[in-house]
Design a protein around this ligand. Structure first.
Ligand SMILES: [Cu+2]
Length: 133
């Protein structure tokens, strides 16, 4: 019997989610805002900030943990109107507030990095989950 392809796709999506495989999320600059500007991801996921429009922007963490545009070091983190993108992977639970230094408080956002185990388990727990028989 032939299974509908959508069921196979659903199974694969569920299997990869339960295995904790990480995924990538894209935040784009649009005008003088980030889209989306409020994003929730799982520990281990990555975020790509994309300035495909080529506006004069950068991305700076409010806690100074990163400052990026064309690159993430020194002058490479200065606001730039060259089309740029960079990707960061988040390995611990955190609230990561960020902003564009060229557009100050009007161009900002937050990434919520949440543990993948849900209630009752902390990120980095060595507890093992056992499925019901
Ligand atoms: Cu900007």
């Amino acid at each position: 019997m032939r299974r509908p392809l959508s069921l196979v796709a659903l199974f694969l999506a569920t299997a990869t989610a339960s295995l904790g495989l990480s995924s990538n999320h894209v935040i784009e600059t649009s005008g003088i805002s980030f889209t989306p500007n409020d994003l929730t991801i799982a520990v281990g996921d990555s975020v790509t900030w994309s300035n495909a429009e080529g506006g004069f922007h950068n991305v700076a963490a409010k806690d100074d943990s990163f400052r990026c545009a064309v690159s993430c070091d020194g002058a490479g983190g200065d606001p730039s109107s060259a089309p740029w993108m960079f990707t960061l992977t988040f390995r611990t639970e955190a609230e990561v507030a960020y902003f564009c230094e060229a557009h100050g408080p009007s161009m900002n956002g937050v990434v919520h990095v949440e543990g993948i185990f849900g209630d009752g388990f902390e990120s980095g727990s060595t507890e093992f989950w056992t499925p019901n028989p």
